[in-house]
Design a protein around this ligand. Structure first.
Ligand code: GLU
Length: 423
C-alpha cells in the first residue's frame, strides 16, 4: 500500500515538472532561443532541503522535511510562497518555482521565481506546533533568503499569522526589523491592504477581461467556481458583488448547484477556515458533475488535473479561467481550444497574489503605505495590461493563451540571463 502510494505520487510529480518543461521548451522554441537557454531554465538554480525538529504538544519530537527552490535570479531577487501540505514533494516545489518565474515575467515584476514547502498537515496541528514549525523553517533557510535575495509569501495552507511568525524569527536572527523579508503579513506588521484577497481580485479582473472579449458582461453571467478555499471563496464574493449568478461551488467533499444562483453570503458565513461548507447540505453533486454544469464561465479554483481528455468534451462553459494551479491537462487544453473555448491559463489568472506581494515589498522598502483603493487601482492596471499582451500574442502568433503566457513569461528572464552572460 505504501509503495503503491509512492509510485502514484512520483507519477503525478513527473507530470507536473515534465508538463511545465514541455511548455517552457515550446515557448522558447517559438521565440527562437537556442537549446542552452532551455537547459538553464528547465530546473531551479538552487534547491535547499531542510529538516526541522519540532517539540509537539504531547512531548514527542517530530522531524519535518521542508524545501526552498530558487528558480532563476537573473531579473532580480526570487519570490514565491511557502506551502504547508502533506503532498509537498521536491519535484513539485521545483516545478512551482518555475511557475513563479513565469508569473513574475508575465506581470513584469522585478523578480525571478522561488517556491517553498513543508511536508505537514496543518489541519492536525495546534497553533503552538505551527508556530514552532514556522520559526524552525526560517532558522533552517535564513542563510538562503532575505529581502534582496529571496522573499517568501503565503501559499497553500499558510496565512498572515504564519508570515508574521516567520518575519519575527528572521528579524530576531538579523537583530533588526526586516518587514520586507516576507510578504502576505498582517497589515499591522507592514502587510499591504488588499493582499489577502489579491489572488481572487486578479482572477476577477481576468474574468471581466475574458467576458469583454466574448462580448458579454459579468453582471448576470452564470459562473461555476470549483473550490471554496482562500481564492475560491473571495472569488465567489467578488463575482456575487459584481452581479454574477454563482450557480455552482464545491469543496473537497462535494459540490452545490442552484441554477437560480446560490446564496453566496450564507455559504461564506458558514464555511470553516479550510473552506469546507458542502458537508452542511444534503443535496450535493460531485465535483465532476459540477465541472460539466451548464454555465457561461467555469473557474477551477481547487486542485490540479480536473479537466482532462476524459471530460474536456463535456465542458459547457464558453470561458474557463484557471484560478488553481494546473487544473487542465495538456490534452484537455488542446480539446478546449479546438472547441473554440477561451481558456485563461493559471500562470496569468493566479498572478494577483504575487503582484500585490510586490506592492507590499515596495511599500516596506519605502516605508510609506498605500490605501486599499490605490492597491486595487494598480493591480487592475498590471493585470489588464498582461491580459491584453497575452491575448494579443495568442492571436498574432496563432497559439493558445497558455503557450502565449509562457512566451511572455520566459522572455524577460531569458533576456536577462543573456545580458548577464549566463547563456
Ligand atoms: N503563493 C502565491 C503564488 O503562488 C503568492 C506568491 C507571492 O506572493 O510571492 O502566486
Amino acid at each position: 500500500m505504501v509503495a503503491e502510494k509512492a509510485a502514484d505520487s512520483t507519477e503525478k510529480n513527473e507530470n507536473l515538472i515534465s508538463s511545465t518543461r514541455t511548455v517552457v521548451k515550446e515557448a522558447l522554441d517559438k521565440l527562437g532561443y537556442p537549446e542552452e537557454v532551455f537547459e538553464l531554465l528547465k530546473d531551479s538554480l538552487r534547491m535547499l532541503k531542510v529538516r526541522i525538529p519540532v517539540r509537539m504538544d504531547d512531548g514527542s519530537v517530530k522531524v519535518f522535511t521542508g524545501y526552498r527552490a530558487q528558480h532563476n535570479d537573473s531579473v532580480g531577487p526570487t519570490k514565491g510562497g511557502v506551502r504547508f501540505h502533506p503532498d509537498v514533494t521536491e519535484d513539485d516545489v521545483n516545478a512551482l518555482a518555475i511557475w513563479m518565474s513565469l508569473k513574475t515575467g508575465i506581470m513584469d515584476l522585478p523578480y525571478g521565481g522561488a517556491k517553498g514547502g513543508i511536508i505537514c498537515d496543518p489541519r492536525e496541528m495546534s497553533f503552538r506546533e505551527l508556530e514552532a514549525l514556522s520559526r524552525g523553517y526560517v532558522r533552517a533557510i535564513s542563510q538562503f533568503v532575505g529581502p534582496a535575495q529571496d522573499i517568501p509569501a503565503p501559499d497553500k495552507f499558510t496565512n498572515p499569522q504564519i508570515m508574521a511568525w516567520m518575519m519575527d524569527e528572521y528579524s530576531r536572527l538579523a537583530e533588526q526589523e526586516h518587514p520586507g523579508f516576507i510578504t502576505g503579513k498582517p497589515v499591522v506588521l507592514g502587510g499591504s491592504h488588499g493582499r489577502e484577497s489579491a489572488t481572487a481580485k486578479g482572477v476577477t479582473i481576468c474574468i471581466e477581461e475574458a467576458a469583454k472579449k466574448r462580448g458579454f458582461e459579468i453582471e448576470g453571467a452564470r459562473i461555476v467556481v470549483q473550490g471554496f478555499g482562500n481564492a475560491g471563496s473571495f472569488l465567489a464574493k467578488f463575482l456575487h458583488e459584481a452581479g454574477a449568478k454563482v450557480v455552482g461551488i464545491s469543496d473537497a467533499y462535494g459540490a452545490l448547484h442552484d441554477p437560480q444562483g446560490l446564496d453566496v453570503d450564507y455559504l461564506l458565513d458558514r464555511r470553516d477556515s479550510f473552506g469546507t461548507v458542502t458537508t452542511l447540505f444534503k443535496n450535493t453533486i460531485t465535483n465532476q458533475e459540477l465541472l460539466e454544469l451548464d454555465c457561461d464561465i467555469l473557474v477551477p479554483a481547487a486542485v490540479q488535473k480536473q479537466i482532462t481528455a476524459e471530460n474536456a468534451e463535456n465542458i459547457k462553459a464558453d470561458i474557463i479561467v484557471e484560478a488553481a494551479s494546473g487544473p487542465t491537462s495538456a490534452e484537455a487544453t488542446k480539446i478546449l481550444t479546438e472547441r473554440g473555448k477561451l481558456l485563461v491559463p493559471d500562470v496569468l489568472a493566479s498572478s494577483g497574489g504575487v503582484t500585490v506581494s510586490y506592492f507590499e515589498w515596495v511599500q516596506n522598502k519605502q516605508g510609506y503605505f498605500w490605501s486599499e483603493e490605490e492597491v486595487e487601482k494598480r493591480l487592475y492596471k498590471v493585470i489588464q495590461k498582461s491580459f491584453e499582451t497575452i491575448y494579443h500574442t495568442a492571436r498574432t502568433r496563432r497559439v493558445d493563451m497558455r503557450l502565449a503566457a509562457y512566451m511572455v513569461g520566459v522572455r524577460k528572464m531569458a533576456e536577462a540571463s543573456r545580458y548577464r552572460g549566463w547563456v
